[in-house]
Design a protein around this ligand. Structure first.
Ligand SMILES: [Zn+2]
Length: 183
């Protein structure tokens, strides 16, 4: 498993809801947490590792020692949202790119944990931002889609660089994970 970078097509997939929680989902969640910590991220969504189902992992502090702040969320949805807040945001699939993004200040989310229990959480500020960013990923929505005109201009060069890098990799025969069906 590997974190894929923009413009990998997996990042644009609309992910399917999970209907069974088997060993493969538990293994994927554990591997995603490892990758997230390794990359010093606060959240990671399944399409970022080229999986096409609705699973995200979060640690609100990014600290692997703080298991109490770790969440594995299956089929998460925002059920209520209010307020607005603009703040700096990055994404593990866009290394080095940070821009101001407008998000709801507070969200109430519902999700299932790996044991199949339904949970509800209300949070604000950074925690709410993480939920919104990761749930967007499950719908193929990326933070570049949420940028205002200034952030968009400021990101142009970086995005062109990502596209170039991806295309060069393809030319060299480096096939990114998840782009070729495993038969
Ligand atoms: Zn992201």
């Amino acid at each position: 498993m590997k974190i894929v970078q923009y413009p990998h097509p997996a990042l644009r997939a609309v992910c399917k809801p999970l209907t069974t929680l088997d060993e493969s989902v538990r293994t994927a969640a554990a591997e995603m947490l490892d990758l997230m910590y390794e990359a010093e991220g606060l959240g990671l969504a399944a399409p970022q590792v080229a999986l096409d189902y609705r699973l995200i992992v979060i640690n609100f502090d990014g600290d692997p020692e703080r298991k109490d702040l770790e969440v594995v969320a299956i089929n998460p949805v925002v059920v209520e949202s209010k307020g607005a807040e603009k703040d700096r945001e990055g994404c593990l699939s866009f290394p080095g790119l940070y821009q101001d993004i407008r998000r709801f200040k507070t969200v109430k989310v519902q999700y299932y944990s790996l044991d199949g229990k339904l949970h509800e959480m209300t949070c604000s500020d950074l925690a709410a931002r993480i939920w919104q960013h990761e749930i967007d990923h499950l719908n193929g929505t990326l933070f570049i889609d949420k940028m205002g005109p200034l952030a968009r201009i400021g990101s142009k060069k970086a995005l062109e660089g990502f596209v170039e890098e991806f295309e060069q990799g393809l030319k060299k025969g480096i096939i990114p994970p998840g782009t070729v069906p495993k038969l």
